[in-house]
Write a protein that binds this ligand. Structure first.
Ligand code: FO1
Length: 310
């Protein structure tokens, strides 16, 4: 069975890694959010792409989920000493990725080609595609400060401002990256990873043609909200600030119309009947992924469930 996974950062990368441990490269393509991308110290940073690539390559920092394992910080310390910007931390190894990506982008290479070449160098065999090669920037509308660029809100201001909405600047002009629509069209099913629906998955499915391509397939999402809380990041806070009680039910409703099936954690079993009212199939399982074995276990559950949907 051929699967396309839609993923954001850490949560998406974990399930993508689980799926990659089971499916061969020809049966799994991972499409990644680039709405978090931004320019910092003159460098083009693609946080979610790097998180997914590093995770599949076994290079990710196990403590943060982003950046590199066995990192050193000499460049960062030097920038600090010089009085430069340090709110976004770039380790020495990670910096090499941003320097080389920026150089290649400036020479005109598309992000998708650069990502393919980097993955080859890192020994990642599963195709990892940016949602688009065009610039799309997630903007967070906040009550206190109006619109903020995503990383300014997320990292610099630690998700503290109150969210009132989102905009994906540039998405009207963006086209899916080479291979994205082909991968979806050739897939049997689309798996929406347990990533933030608002700022990780919505940017992907807002790029022209991606949502409609998904709609022709069996689509299953895994809830990133467990027991009313996000496993990582501000998803639950965003739901609350937007006037929606954060829950697996809210996530299922978020994707209403797109989903054939929905997977949520056993702690949320009480929501089963309400979610079933959305006319989608459900699987209740342990969806926490604390280590590599648990990623594989959840991926196995997902794939077994997907098989029952045909
Ligand atoms: N997240 C942080 O909270 N603080 C950082 O300093 C930081 C640096 C960073 C560097 C490279 C990279 O690829 C990601 C990095 N992230 C950092 C994570 C990242 O910005 C967010 O987790 C994602 O954009 C949300 O998915």
């Amino acid at each position: 069975m051929k699967i396309v996974a839609l993923a954001g950062g850490v949560g998406g990368a974990k399930l993508a890694h689980g799926l990659a441990q089971i499916l061969p490269p020809e049966n799994l393509t991972i499409i990644v959010n680039t709405g978090d991308d931004f320019e910092y110290l003159g460098l083009k940073i693609s946080p979610d792409l790097d998180t997914v690539c590093y995770t599949l390559a076994g290079l990710a920092n196990p403590l943060t989920g982003w950046g590199r394992a066995n990192e050193t910080w000499q460049t960062f310390e030097n920038i600090k000493k010089l009085g430069g910007q340090t709110w976004f931390q770039l380790g020495d190894r990670d910096l090499g990725t941003h320097l080389e990506r920026t150089y290649r982008l400036k020479k005109g290479a598309p992000l998708s080609n650069i990502t393919r070449d980097f993955c080859k160098a890192w020994g990642v065999e599963h195709p990892i595609l940016p949602m688009t090669d065009d610039p799309v920037y997630t903007m967070v509308n906040t009550r206190e400060q109006g619109e903020l660029p995503f990383q300014e809100y997320f990292v610099h201001q630690r998700c503290e401002p109150t969210v009132s909405g989102f905009r994906f600047a540039g998405v009207e002009k963006a086209r899916p990256a080479k291979g994205v629509l082909e991968a979806i069209n050739n897939a049997d099913a689309v798996v929406i990873c347990p990533s933030n629906p608002w700022v990780s998955i919505d940017p992907i499915i807002t790029v022209a043609g991606i949502k409609s391509a998904c709609e022709t397939k069996v689509v299953v999402a895994i809830s990133p909200i467990i027991g009313g809380k996000a496993v990582k990041g501000p998803a639950a806070k965003m739901y609350r600030e937007l006037g929606i009680q954060p829950s697996a039910l809210a996530v299922a409703k978020h994707y209403e119309g797109l989903l054939d099936a929905f997977i949520f954690d056993q702690v949320d079993e009480v929501l089963k009947d309400e979610i079933a009212l959305l006319d989608i199939k459900t699987l209740i399982t342990n969806s926490i992924m604390k280590n590599s074995d648990e990623r594989k276990r959840l991926a196995k559950d997902v794939l077994k469930f997907v098989h029952t949907l045909f």
